[in-house]
Design a protein around this ligand. Sequence first.
Ligand SMILES: Cc1cc2nc3c(=O)[nH]c(=O)nc-3n(C[C@H](O)[C@H](O)[C@H](O)COP(=O)(O)OP(=O)(O)OC[C@H]3O[C@@H](n4cnc5c(N)ncnc54)[C@H](O)[C@@H]3O)c2cc1C
Length: 422
Amino acid sequence: MIRVSDETTTGTKASPGGGEQRVVIVGAGMAGVQTAVALREQGWTGEIVLLGEETHQPYDRPPLSKAVLLGKADGSTLDVDFAGLGIGLRLGVRVTGLRADKRLVETGAGPVPYDILVIATGAEPIPLPGTEGVPGVHLLRTLDDAERLRPVLARQREIVVVGAGWIGAEFATAAREAGCVVTVVEAADRPLAGALPAEVAAPMTAWYEDCGARLVTGARVTSVDEDGLLLADGTRLRAGAVVVGIGARPATDWLAGSDVELAEDRSVAADDRLRTSVPDVYAVGDCASFPSARYGTRLLVHHWDNALQGPRTVAANVVGSRTAAHFPGSVYDPVPYFWSEQFGRFVQYAGHHSEADELVWRGDPAGAAWSVCWLREGALVALLAVGRPRDLAQGRKLIERGARLDRTRATDPSVPLKSAVR
Ligand SMILES: Cc1cc2nc3c(=O)[nH]c(=O)nc-3n(C[C@H](O)[C@H](O)[C@H](O)COP(=O)(O)OP(=O)(O)OC[C@H]3O[C@@H](n4cnc5c(N)ncnc54)[C@H](O)[C@@H]3O)c2cc1C
């Protein structure tokens, strides 16, 4: 076991740039690492301790369901010179609790005191009930998961994927590329039911078949064993491996009993400056939700760009809180962005839409490239681009500006989106 620290007291002296103060970051994923780096970039001179449960050098997750899975890349280690930046990276350390009254976090290797704490523990995949410990059942979140799945693909096993969400689609793509027989079962009546309206997801159904995967919708799994699974309608599906991709939830169990307020979805309920309900404790990345004035709702974003952008705001607020007498705080209200590579297509989404927003199509959804815009009172609030990165790049800026679009021009895919502004 790693001895983390035997200190139990902390200094509270404020000095420019951090001075003798210590920032402890829990979670050495993208958000945790970026927070540490951003703190240095923004002039934090105090100590930075980065605690991570995994034993691997910090790495990036998106390649796990793409190149790493297929063996085209060994890993996706983040290229950060921790020692050179004076970041105290401690791996293999699971944080088990927060004692805000004593300003310390608890670990199996002893307490770690902080002056400022950043919670960046990300998310964990939701297991399919009853499948924990069943041989041949996999999740895909960590490098270890991807390494366990690589030989499954290489042996071209017959695979059933549970869940036609983003991860399920990317895994199915990789498994087909590896030559596996793939069946995807989805409880809803379409792929991406939680993310996109029926008419937008409808054309995506064909993508599965086009790449040789079988998609079974409206299919509820009742049991899973070593040989496959049973659906509620009595259908038995044989499988050499079952991959469960039914979503992820914030990894916040360790905060039970602390004063950090959680939202209903178990995310840390941060404010618009990514501060938690406890003084000097911030939260960022997949584990944290924040109120968006732009969209008039609380957002929990489980995408890479949020784990890149949020840390810059946290760092600005940490540094500002210690260097300025009356620091108002930097507000986090991004236009969320993510991408997915599935079935030979590059899918990108920016913004946030609701059911009430108006849909405007650009291009033929049966074709290789098309986009969909969501308008609210004429203003562009979100955009999905399939093989149209220029639409995405322009749309993202227009969303940021709250630009209003001329519907007729926006519908014409030959008109650059930026030229469709009213
Ligand atoms: C397979 C896969 C593919 C993806 N592909 C895309 C994509 O194509 N596009 C996109 O936009 N997004 C993608 N994402 C999402 C993106 O990777 C995440 O949004 C991003 O990794 C979130 O970063 P994070 O640091 O908040 O959380 P994580 O990456 O989950 O990092 C949190 C870290 O904290 C550690 N931790 C948790 N609890 C504790 C504890 N108690 N003590 C110590 N350490 C702890 C965890 O071990 C983990 O290493 C993908 C995700 C996965 C899993």
